[in-house]
Design a protein around this ligand. Structure first.
Ligand code: ZN
Length: 125
């Protein structure tokens, strides 16, 4: 049963309990926003580093093998289309298990229903 203080929105120290709760919620939300911002910044740095490595590797391969950028673009297009959509990524959609025919997400290494082991590309997320 709520106390008389609580019933009228005051805590026992004389403050408004709703205000205190709202302040705590705001503080928690601000902390979560800072954490998310730091994670995004770390991901951006990671992506920039990965792009730099890819560009370096491509230039080594291009220069040593004597192939042109058009070969890279053709391969990018071919791989991009493997999931059926030309959208700048190759990430498969939910699939049907070849064994039990149930549909499930591609993020599993095995079928959740029958245990069938899926073959996954090394580059799939
Ligand atoms: Zn299955």
């Amino acid at each position: 049963m709520p106390s008389l203080f609580g019933m009228y929105g005051y805590d026992r120290f004389g403050g408004r309990s709703a205000d205190i709760g709202a302040a705590a919620d705001a503080q928690r939300a601000a902390s979560q926003a800072r954490d998310a911002e730091q994670r995004v910044k770390a991901l951006e740095e990671s992506v920039a580093k990965t792009l730099l490595i890819c560009e370096s590797l491509w230039e080594i391969v291009r220069d040593r093998a004597g192939i042109g950028d058009e070969t890279l673009f053709e391969k990018l297009r071919e791989i991009d289309l493997r999931d059926g959509v030309l959208d700048g990524k190759n990430q498969a959609k939910p699939t049907e298990c070849p064994s039990c025919k149930r549909r499930l997400s591609n993020r599993h290494a095995r079928c959740l229903y029958c245990g069938y082991a899926f073959e996954k590309s090394t580059f799939e997320l």
